[in-house]
Design a protein around this ligand. Structure first.
Ligand code: ZN
Length: 188
């Protein structure tokens, strides 16, 4: 295959992942007051990886688009593997919390698992946290108190601490978004 047809295949694969995720998340909404379509979130995560992180690796971008499908929809790991291969399936599984556990335990496990994430999964985790900070600061779930929003930001710092070294540019972007987020919350 020449490089141009490789590029075409890459683009088609990435769009296939976006289409797959958008179908899987089609009935779901984010928790903001405007109930944004859920798919906005995984697309934002993939965009952060490409833009702030400079990542062009197709498998990372596909896994970012798909990262919440197993956790939040009826999608199975086998389905992901059949369409997108073993590496992407493993990455999505790395991003999947055990939904049988309570929220506090899931949060603690994310902190503990962060240093053990693979080289490709760490940036996805960081971008996921950047996107969520932006949501919590700018479009919070209506019932979240100020204290809960700050506690969320504090928690992301502990998760990201375990992912550092994976992508310095993305980590700097996280630091800036966190700093701005804290300033915004302090002023409200
Ligand atoms: Zn996510």
């Amino acid at each position: 295959m020449d490089s141009l047809s490789d590029e075409r295949a890459d683009t088609a694969f990435l769009l296939q992942a976006i289409e797959f995720a958008s179908r899987k998340h089609s009935t779901q909404r984010r928790k903001d007051a405007g109930a944004s379509p859920y798919i906005n979130h995984p697309i934002a995560v993939a965009h952060l990886l490409a833009d702030a992180g400079g990542i062009t690796d197709l498998l990372t971008l596909m896994a970012a688009v798909l990262h919440d499908t197993i956790e939040d929809t009826e999608t199975t790991p086998a389905e992901i593997e059949a369409q997108f291969g073993e590496t992407v399936r493993k990455l999505v599984e790395e991003m999947t919390d055990d939904e049988t556990l309570g929220s506090a335990q899931r949060k603690q496990l994310q902190i503990e698992h962060a240093p053990k994430l693979s080289r490709r999964a760490k940036p996805i985790r960081i971008a996921d946290k950047i996107a969520n900070i932006q949501d919590v600061v700018e479009h919070p779930p209506p019932r979240w108190t100020h204290a809960r929003r700050i506690a969320y930001l504090d928690w992301t710092e502990k998760v990201v601490a375990g992912c550092r070294g994976a992508n310095p540019a993305l980590e700097r972007h996280y630091d800036e978004v966190l700093k701005r987020g804290r300033a915004t919350l302090a002023a409200t």
